[in-house]
Design a protein around this ligand. Structure first.
Ligand code: UT7
Length: 320
């Protein structure tokens, strides 16, 4: 697997947020661990961010655009409703021989996307897959709601995956969802059931709403359970994990999950302090940085866990 990332240049600090809502650096750092996040400009969309991350991953993999067979894009912030962001991104990349589609599983989306790509590769229907997560969360955050706007950021991560028969690769994949809990983290309107109109815009009903405390508790329980299941499926023990790369939503969620899953924090990759929650993009961005920093090495068992709206959650073990 080869990785790439794109982070917009503009940094928004906690001090910047204090100018927008009634908040402060101490609260944000203590309750979330976030110090700053990146914000994409008006001219930057999900497809463009994804394409920038993907080009880097393809270059590292030595893959030409025409060699990609399947593109799976995870995004909760598509550039437009039709066509998919994956197709818009394909046009930017010139990956003309690929099939391309989006999946929507919120913060868990990149793991779902990777599993789906694995399915195509294992079935022999593809040799090379591009798995991208790209999120412009700043476009769906309610900048008047201090309980959510301090949490999110923009960015994209991409991975090139090849079919292979060796020792390395995906060892296990465990995914779940619970649609009954959908209203804990959602956007009330702006889809077809309650279409966008001036009332929706005025009330901000097209923006993210979250029951933070409930989501927090569910996240910890579900990710720890998923980690256990993925390890059992892979035939590994906790001690065999070389690096855990969790979804980066909140340092307290990461620490509580690691504790419950029995993985020491020295083995957990954290960058939520610098980027906040970029929804499904957090994991591929973290993987790219973990490799760059020498934390994720060839032959290591990497455990990744995620949780998000849906509710959705999952874990995978990859021998890197
Ligand atoms: O990617 C997966 C999806 N999302 C998540 O995983 C996020 C899950 N939830 C969380 O991370 C946490 O629940 C939050 C960070 C959102 C909130 O932390 P909390 O410790 O659960 O705080 P709380 O919601 O219980 O609020 C505590 C207090 C409240 O004041 P009162 O009612 O005690 O007077 C809030 O009004 O903190 C207040 N508060 C703030 N104060 C300063 C809420 N947001 C802020 C803020 N600045 N930004």
């Amino acid at each position: 697997m080869s990785t790439g990332r794109y982070l917009p240049e503009r940094v928004m600090t906690n001090a910047d947020l204090m100018k927008l809502v009634d908040t402060n650096d101490a609260w944000i750092v203590e309750r979330t661990g976030i110090r700053e996040r990146r914000i994409a400009g008006d001219d930057m969309g999900a497809a463009e961010m994804g394409a920038r991350a993907a080009r880097i991953a393809m270059e590292k993999a030595g893959v030409e655009p025409g060699e990609v067979d399947v593109i799976v894009v995870s995004t909760a912030t598509p550039d437009r409703w039709l066509p998919s962001t994956a197709c818009d991104m394909q046009a930017l990349l010139g990956t003309d021989n690929a099939m391309a589609f989006d999946i929507c599983a919120a913060c868990t989306g990149w793991l779902y996307a990777l599993s789906m790509a694995e399915g195509y590769l294992m079935a022999g229907r593809a040799e090379i897959a591009l798995v991208v997560a790209t999120e412009k969360m700043s476009s769906i955050v309610d900048w008047k709601d201090r309980s959510t706007c301090v949490l999110f950021g923009d960015g994209a991560g991409a991975v090139v995956v090849r079919r292979s028969k060796g020792e390395r690769g995906i060892l296990s994949s465990y995914h779940r969802s619970d649609g009954k809990l959908g209203d804990l983290l959602y956007r009330p309107a702006g889809g077809v059931r309650i279409p966008m109109d001036s009332g929706v815009l005025e009330r901000g009903d097209h923006l993210v709403r979250m029951a933070g405390r409930e989501v927090f508790k569910s996240a910890v329980r579900s990710m720890a359970e998923a980690a256990d299941c993925a390890l059992v499926q892979a035939g590994l023990r906790k001690e065999d994990v070389g690096l855990m790369v969790p979804h980066q939503a909140n340092i307290r969620i990461i620490e509580a999950t690691a504790k419950l899953a029995g993985i020491p924090m020295e083995k957990v990759f954290v960058n939520v302090n610098r980027y906040g929650n970029m929804s499904s993009a957090t994991i591929p961005v973290a993987l790219d940085e973990a490799i760059e920093q020498g934390r994720l090495k060839e032959g290591m068992n990497m455990l990744t866990v995620a949780f998000g709206a849906g509710l959705t959650w999952g874990a995978m073990v990859v021998r890197w």
